[in-house]
Design a protein around this ligand. Structure first.
Ligand SMILES: Nc1ncnc2c1ncn2[C@@H]1O[C@H](COP(=O)(O)OP(=O)(O)OP(=O)(O)O)[C@@H](O)[C@H]1O
Length: 231
């Protein structure tokens, strides 16, 4: 995925400000940044849900939001209210039906601990369970590239580890992954490359080893290269 010179202003100053970054195929790319830095906005642009004022995005060589891109790209949003009454397995079966070669829904649900929740409507699931459904929804179409917006936020340590394992297997299988997170140890553990975004721009990029070469922790690098959103 290639993002070049992206700019987007909702009317109160730029949220994305000449943002340029690359996510290599087959790699896991971590996008970090303070609250309000523009991470979700970037992911929404990459999925064609928002259109930038300026700049260019290519996902798997395609323009975001086209049918060609949608068939090959998955997106796990931070939260979604749209599925409130539907049960997890019904939802996943519906999403699977939209793709040519979906994953096996029962196996995926079992893997993410959703098979026991088959009768519970989405809105009655816990926050972590909703996250697991969102993740399954992003993966069920067997995407070549998947965007995950804070995939483990709200997950307990068991669910988080199961998710990390799943992401590791996807990466081994050649799936490209772009994820946002506020968990520094998660970013350090999973990412092949990290972009730290601040006020709509990439402040610093590199592998974890490159970013922490002077002995700093990833959190120290984050704090040194970003502005606080509160305080
Ligand atoms: N549709 C919108 N209209 C107006 N402002 C918006 C809209 N969407 C996002 N913003 C603003 O853009 C900025 C960036 O928001 P965004 O959700 O991309 O941040 P983020 O980096 O994902 O933050 P967090 O880590 O808190 O999830 C925020 O100031 C937000 O209020």
């Amino acid at each position: 995925m290639q993002v070049t010179g992206l700019r987007l202003d909702f009317g109160r100053g730029p949220v994305l400000d000449d943002l340029t970054l690359t996510a290599e195929r087959g790699a896991l790319t971590g996008v970090l940044g303070p609250n309000g830095a523009g991470k979700t906005t970037l992911l929404r642009c990459c999925n064609g849900l928002l259109r930038a004022d300026r700049g260019d995005i290519r996902v798997l060589g395609e323009r975001p939001g086209t049918a060609a891109a949608a068939a090959r790209v998955g997106m796990m949003p931070q939260s979604t209210g749209a599925w409130s009454g539907i049960r997890p397995l019904e939802l996943l079966r519906y999403l699977a039906s939209l793709y040519a070669h979906p994953l096996d829904v029962d196996a995926l649900a079992e893997r993410l601990g959703l098979h026991r929740l088959s009768r519970t409507p989405y809105r009655r699931l816990s926050g972590g369970q909703q996250q697991a459904v969102n993740l399954a929804g992003a993966l069920v179409g067997r995407p070549e590239l998947v965007f995950l917006d804070e995939p483990t936020a709200g997950m307990d340590p068991h669910a988080r580890r199961a998710t990390w394992e799943l992401l590791g297997e996807l990466r081994t299988a050649g799936v490209s992954i772009v994820l946002t997170t506020h968990a520094m140890e998660e970013a350090a553990e999973l990412s092949d490359r990290i972009h730290i975004v601040d006020r709509g721009r990439v402040a610093v990029s590199g592998t974890v080893a490159q970013l922490t070469a002077d002995g700093s922790s990833l959190e120290q690098v984050f704090l040194a290269n970003t502005h606080a959103s509160i305080g």
